[in-house]
Ligand binder design. Structure first.
Ligand SMILES: [Zn+2]
Length: 467
């Protein structure tokens, strides 16, 4: 081979290599440039939280819930969203009008109260919390006071038999059955009142009483049994047990149950090309009746309002709809009712539903944050977006943000109506909440900087897909 030919081959190789290289570089940078990352104002999100908790717990069906929904709609309007409105749904709900619990010391053989000893009064929310759809109990005379027996962890239906005509204390631990089963066992055995003694939940914050719902009301055919049903703190339960032989339980509960109106707050960025294909972003705006529910789930609607403000700056091809739900804590009533009402419009058209429930991390306790997606092939893009968000936001360095697959086919939050119809879903949740479903879930634990994690990563993914 002569030098000229060798030079020609070498030159050709270099030129081809340069072209391929330049192409690869431009493709790489082109792709990077294409990836849009949305902004997020953490101070604005914090203000949303503060405004939303102003009216107290947003118990589903209450005035505070409706005021919360109105605030959310006003923020949608401020962001320039279209079709901002509240949809109301009538669902089976409850409203606690009165709840009093005390322990009254009796004389010999528990015949009459001992007038020399004052009763031990337990404080609503701090010492005890009613469970969902608790029965009412009207106290009129001391004859309505109840003897109390301890029946163990509640798993064995026959263990309830000794509590016939009395109040039973169930020692709640990991294996204890859920409220719906407990209610049915207690009813079958003729139990007069159910006391859940919390020996398991909230170990980091002193085992406070916690709200959980009770699906029994929904499933019951015929007359629903009026069995008062509450959880007592570990300390309160210990006090009760010390007085089993000399005291009786005095209850006075007025719990209204039946159809009540709950709200869904809706607004959207209409798609420029296709208004029937849509992304839906949602989270519940209600809280349990006993708490402001800052982490569960005031942060959800607070960050959704801020996402709406940021995402409205773009002109997506597909519609992006924002929905916040009432009725979640008692059984996903808002999202189920809305989905049912809009089924024809949603099935086959929703490209992805993104849920935000407890999308918050208390950095003084943990640095974990998890985003799940039901689209396996989206994980790489989510990770790219995550890396870009974190590298441009130094305060997010300390968080461990994990992205993984999950189909969302479980009924613990509002992705369920969508996932159960084979619609792709994402969830974004942080490091949990020690104060979950207790009166202690208040503003003191809010870490607004963590609200941008799920909002920006999922929001950016949607903007990139929808634009
Ligand atoms: Zn929640």
């Amino acid at each position: 081979m002569n030098k000229k030919v060798l030079f020609a081959i070498l030159a050709t190789v270099i030129i081809i290599g340069a072209i391929i290289g330049a192409f690869a570089v431009s493709k790489f940078f082109g792709e990077e440039k294409k990836l849009i990352i949305i902004d997020f104002d953490t101070a604005a999100a914090r203000e949303n939280v503060e405004r939303l908790i102003e009216n107290g717990p947003r118990m589903s069906g209450s005035e505070a819930e409706e005021l919360g929904a109105k605030y959310i709609v006003s923020k949608y309007e401020e962001a320039g969203l279209s079709d901002c409105h509240i949809e109301k749904f009538s669902v089976n709900m409850f409203d606690v009008h009165r709840a009093e619990v005390s322990l009254v010391q009796y004389g010999p053989l528990l015949r009459v109260p001992n007038p020399m000893v004052s009763e031990i009064t337990f404080t609503h929310f701090e010492d005890f919390v009613l469970q969902g759809y608790s029965g009412s109990y009207t106290w009129q005379t001391f004859r309505d006071d109840l003897e109390v027996v301890v029946i163990g962890n509640g798993t064995d239906p026959t263990s309830y038999d000794i509590a016939q005509g009395k109040a039973c204390i169930i020692e709640v631990e990991e294996n204890s059955p859920g409220n719906t089963d407990v209610y049915e066992y207690a009813n079958d055995a003729g139990v007069k009142a159910i006391v859940l003694h919390n020996l398991w939940r909230g170990s980091d914050v002193g085992y406070p009483p916690m709200f959980k719902t009770n699906q029994a009301y929904e499933d019951w055919s015929g007359g629903f049994p009026e069995i008062p049903f509450f959880m007592i703190s570990r300390e309160g339960g210990v006090t009760m047990k010390q007085h089993l032989s000399d005291s009786k339980l005095r209850l006075d509960f007025d719990v209204e149950k039946g159809p009540m109106d709950i709200c869904v707050a809706v607004g959207e960025i209409p798609g420029s090309e296709s208004t029937d294909k849509l992304f839906v972003i949602g989270g519940h705006h209600d809280t349990c009746y006993n708490t402001l529910g800052v982490v569960d789930n005031t942060v959800g609607p607070a960050l959704i309002c801020e996402m709406a403000a940021q995402m409205a700056k773009y002109k997506p091809k597909y519609t992006i709809r924002f929905c916040t739900w009432g009725g979640e804590e008692e059984g996903l009533y808002g999202s189920l009712a809305y989905f049912d009402e809009h089924k024809d419009e949603l099935v086959g058209n929703v490209k992805m539903y993104s849920n935000f429930d407890m999308s918050h991390t208390d950095i003084t306790r943990t640095n974990g944050f998890t985003i799940t997606t039901s689209i396996n092939s989206s994980i790489k893009t989510f990770e790219k977006i995550r890396d870009k968000v974190v590298s441009s936001t130094s305060e997010l360095d300390k968080y461990n943000i994990n992205i993984r697959w999950d189909d969302g086919k479980w009924s613990g939050s509002d992705q369920w109506p969508f996932a159960s119809h084979d619609i792709d879903v994402t969830n974004a949740w942080g490091g949990g909440c020690y104060e979950y479903h207790t009166y202690m879930d208040d503003i003191t634990h809010l870490n607004e900087e963590s609200l941008q994690i799920g909002a920006r990563i999922v929001g950016s993914y949607i903007i990139n897909e929808a634009c």
